[in-house]
Design a protein around this ligand. Structure first.
Ligand SMILES: [Zn+2]
Length: 313
């Protein structure tokens, strides 16, 4: 008898065991023990059979982009061959599978990106700082109309605020969340869509190039709620129940970056890139007054769904 046979049989058995255990521990640690697991090549799908905050989670081994109920979400670390990283399991579990300490009345600091001497990106005579201020004012007005408290980090187009001042304002106001609003730009006119940023989990890289792990940072204490908030706001912006002139945006994903306001704000914090000023479709959505109101309505809806007890819709 060939002495290699027993080794072959043992290794076959072990690889079968490995296959069986693929993502079982992830499902259990997320609180999805009942989930159906499908593994096709390097793609893994976890599908919950009961009512959970997330029904379907899809990962590709070795990659960061994942799909959470059809919405693009960048993992903090590439998905492994057996499991997600412990950082991702911790963030996803606490963001989506554990009870939320919801508040009926929120205190939100809305941050219109740029302003004053810093006008941000531009297309012709249209500057980012005016778009972000218009959307932020709408977000503030709509939050107040729902009975929440909302402040802006800058009151008008003349005021210049440093990033430090914006984060410090968040500390002084005892806020429930910091929502920064921005507009993207690219040399490629085809680049379009919405990106929503949170701080990466501690020990993890951002999704932008050359974004090594940093910290520990103030924002790391809030990463779970920031992720929940980012996901709900991002999902609301992509909701297909659109009405013109709100042009359906492309999904560029919930991403991670060590932006100053995400690092230093002592509260859950997100930064929304509402669209590309350099793309024809996005330009309409972010500059049309009616579409700006719709962007604000969706951001508010996402904030309320993520953080409030009384979830609308
Ligand atoms: Zn900006």
């Amino acid at each position: 008898m060939n002495s290699a046979y027993p080794i072959l049989i043992v290794s076959l058995f072990l690889s079968l065991l490995g296959c069986q255990s693929t993502y079982r521990m992830t499902a259990r640690e997320l609180g999805m023990s009942d989930a159906e697991r499908q593994v096709e090549a390097s793609k893994v799908t976890l599908q919950s059979k009961r009512e959970t905050a997330l029904q379907t989670l899809q990962f590709t081994m070795g990659q960061r982009p994942a799909m959470l109920d059809g919405i693009c979400y960048y993992l903090n670390k590439p998905a492994g061959t057996r499991n997600l990283s412990r950082e991702d399991i911790a963030v996803l579990r606490q963001a989506f599978f554990e009870p939320v300490r919801a508040k009926p009345v929120l205190n939100i600091l809305v941050d219109p990106g740029h302003g004053g001497t810093d006008s941000g990106c531009r297309s012709g005579a249209v500057h980012e700082q005016h778009i972000t201020l218009a959307i932020a004012r709408e977000v503030q007005a709509q939050l107040k109309a729902l009975g929440h408290n909302a402040n802006l980090t800058r009151p008008d187009e003349h005021t210049t605020r440093t990033l430090d001042e914006r984060a410090q304002l968040g500390a002084s106001l005892a806020i429930d969340a910091f929502v920064s609003i921005h507009v993207n730009a690219s040399a490629n006119p085809e680049a379009k869509g919405v990106e929503t940023y949170t701080l990466p989990a501690f020990g993890c890289e951002g999704t932008l190039p050359n974004s090594p792990p940093r910290g520990p940072l103030v924002g790391h204490a809030y990463v779970n709620t920031s992720t929940r908030l980012a996901y709900y706001v991002h999902r609301a912006l992509l909701d297909a129940s659109q009405s013109a002139p709100y042009v359906q945006p492309a999904d560029r994903g919930v991403r991670h970056a060590h932006f100053k306001v995400l690092r230093d704000t002592p509260a859950p914090a997100i930064l929304v890139e509402t669209g590309f000023i350099t793309n024809v479709d996005d330009f309409i959505r972010i500059t049309d007054k009616v579409a700006q109101k719709e962007i604000a309505r969706r951001i508010v809806s996402g904030i309320v769904q993520a953080l409030c007890q009384n979830e609308p819709n």
